[in-house]
Design a protein. Structure first.
Ligand SMILES: C[S+](C)CC[C@H](N)C(=O)O
Ligand SMILES: N[C@@H](CCS)C(=O)O
Ligand SMILES: [Zn+2]
Length: 343
């Protein structure tokens, strides 16, 4: 799917139409890399695998495609030029590692389309399943590697200009990498949403983007800033083709979708985590504090009816979760062929 110079929102509407009204986003990447044996206890977190085990990243993308995903998100969530330079890479090498994250995802899509496109959870639909590669941009808090993307508290010295300088070149490299869209993920505060919006405008980024926030109370984003205000910033940015929530417990999602709908008609993207608790000090998930795959999937039709048209999972969700979501959406689409959020 090319970027083109047309109206960015057209691209997303066309894609959703081709997908049958609703699309499946992939599941947790970092946590699935860990499940496959990767040690992510490192400031680069999942981006460490770009350096030492790219084959694992490709395998996780392929597993999500086989499970029925229409959108796979690259391994650049915690890949930053600053983070790579701190490990001794040159600027050019760091930029190449960013592009590599998108190349691996594109490669996985090519392999899948050549070898497996008749299979997968989508049944006969999977033969013509449209697949997008989204280049992930995690927040400044993700780069800090201390769980700050779950607090959004950066301190007063972290100003708008500071954050713009932090993200500018990374955004440009990922926008030029061959990805279909940019996924700004786990956005913890209003300031960073404003920064992304201004960077998209100032740098005339040609591929579309989505803004996805996270919440720990079901009303506000994690910093305490109003979700409605954050979603309004995304709504006002012409480059943004979908607005949503990720890495947030499933029980909060329904109310958050309704809040976004109050201020935007753009497609809504939802990819909650498993609901388990993350201990940022120990860098560990508290297992068994979340919901089962079955419970997660029981929410899917409610989210779809409330207006979400892109649905997947974030941390600690797995290909099993995504397969079940694909099946649930397939059923929902048989009942209602055109998603209610497509206007
Ligand atoms: C979404 S949280 C689990 C991300 C983890 C964090 N950025 C880290 O580096 O450990
Ligand atoms: N796309 C990232 C988001 C982390 S919150 C991942 O799945 O690892
Ligand atoms: Zn997550």
């Amino acid at each position: 799917m090319g970027s083109g110079t047309g109206d960015p929102s057209e691209m997303m509407h066309d894609f959703l139409r081709q997908a049958g009204g609703c699309a499946v986003v992939d599941g947790g990447l970092a946590t699935e890399l860990e499940a496959k044996g990767a040690d992510l206890n490192d400031p680069l977190w999942s981006a460490k695998c770009l350096v030492d085990s790219p084959h694992l990243i490709r395998k996780v993308h392929l597993d999500y495609l086989e499970a029925g995903a229409n959108i796979i998100i690259s391994s650049s969530y915690q890949a930053t030029i600053q983070g790579f330079e701190a490990k001794g890479f040159s600027t050019a090498e760091s930029e190449a590692l960013l592009s590599k994250s998108v190349n691996i995802a594109c490669e996985a899509r090519d392999i899948f389309q050549k070898c497996f496109s008749d299979e997968g959870a989508g049944g006969s639909n999977s033969r013509k399943r449209p697949i997008l590669v989204a280049a992930s941009i995690g927040s400044y808090g993700a780069y800090l590697a201390d769980g700050s993307e779950y607090s959004g508290e950066y301190g007063e010295e972290v100003t708008m200009d500071f954050l713009k300088d932090f993200h500018r070149r990374r955004l440009q490299v990922l926008a030029d990498s061959g990805a279909d869209l940019i996924a700004f993920e786990t956005i913890p505060n209003k300031l960073e949403a404003q920064v992304y919006s201004e960077l998209l405008n100032e740098n005339n980024i040609e591929i579309p983007a989505w803004f996805s926030f996270n919440s720990k109370d079901g009303y506000n984003v994690v910093s305490g800033d109003s979700l409605v205000e954050c979603a309004s910033i995304a709504d006002a940015c012409k480059h943004v083709v979908a607005i949503g929530i990720n890495c947030t417990p499933p029980r909060f999602i329904h109310g958050l979708i309704l809040s976004i709908r109050k201020v935007s008609d753009k497609p809504i993207v939802i990819y909650p985590n498993s609901g388990e608790h993350y201990d940022a000090d120990k860098k560990e998930w508290m297992v068994s504090t979340g919901v089962s795959d079955e419970d997660f999937v029981s929410y899917v039709s409610t989210w779809h009816k409330a207006g979400a048209s892109l649905i997947g999972g974030c941390c600690r969700t797995t290909p099993r979760t995504i397969r079940a979501i694909a099946q649930a959406l397939n059923l929902a689409q048989q009942v209602s062929p055109v998603a209610s959020s497509l206007s």
